[in-house]
Design a protein around this ligand. Sequence first.
Ligand SMILES: Cc1ncc(COP(=O)(O)O)c(C=O)c1O
Length: 376
Amino acid sequence: MSAEQIPLAKPVLGEEEERAVVEVLRSGQLSLGPRLGEFERDFASAVGAAHASAVSSGTAGLHLALRAVGVQDGDEVVTSPFSFVASANVVLLERARPVFADIDPLTLNLDPDAASAAIGERTKALLPVHIFGYPADMAAFDAIAARHGLGVVEDACEALGASYPGGDAVGSRPNPAVFAFYANKQLTTGEGGMVTTGDAAVKQRVDSERNQGRAPNMDWLDHDRLGFNYRLSDLACAIGSAQVGRLARLLSSRARVAALYREALDGIEGLTLPCEDRGDATRGWFVFVVQLPRDIERDEVIRALASRGIQSKPYLPAIHLMSFYRERFGHREGEFPVCEDVAARSIALPFFPEMSDAQVERVAGELRAVLARAPA
Ligand SMILES: Cc1ncc(COP(=O)(O)O)c(C=O)c1O
């Protein structure tokens, strides 16, 4: 008998989503209808944000958020090389330059001291990423931004459900924060994103630029600025609202799986687990990424797990070492040693809210067995 296949991720979709989608289909208003504002209000209230703007993806949201804090041609934005490539790409979309700085070895987030050292005359903004749902040190980034007069955009694409030290939810601060709703995320609309902000003017600008530069009070086909089609359909918004309705359950299921993993993987020599919450900051569980012991062939481990029916993947590669970034900016190995070490050793294990205790134990048991056999 072949072993059960355990995928990396699996969205949880319920009857609420089905009902909501059918309702929108029957309404005939598939975009720019009432579900857009509803989803924005539901989401803003879930994270304690003053305003929220739904957009077509996290990437679209980051792009508009950078424009909203004034990033332009020729500027520099200091950000993390240990992220999904979108957080650097969006800087290039505005013909600005992403300037990387190394990460903290524990949280894997942009290191504030390294970020501070990377600031130059052209720096316009900081773009910390709450990687794997663990909140970046925003108090430190606020202090740096204040000292240098910089804008701040948070990449919260992986961090729904996280909270900063002090207990406020990620997304509730005055600066723009951007969430993503791709199928593997805590909340999914298939594709989608949200920009939260404390500033009504930023909300207004994002709303206009996602819709070809049309102000909300303008007539059809009148536009007073350059914009994009970054709209999110009412179908997607309806799915989003249904998921906000059971967000607490979705998040606690993920936290349950993470706690099971932590227990099941305890004590494997050289294996680094995601950092525990520090102080009263809390992670919004998105993925379960472990760093393999040094000198272990990562690809071998991934292959061995796959042969036992378990999906895993390298997660994440260092952005500055991707071919496009090497060629465009001349990046080389050795520039950001902490990031490079972590990126070379990390793998994502299967992680989704409905993982059973037995599935977690099987993944952990197989990983333990594979590592015990791997050549040192
Ligand atoms: C850290 C980070 N930034 C940005 C994005 C981009 O989001 P999207 O795929 O919705 O454009 C993602 C999503 O995968 C992400 O994980």
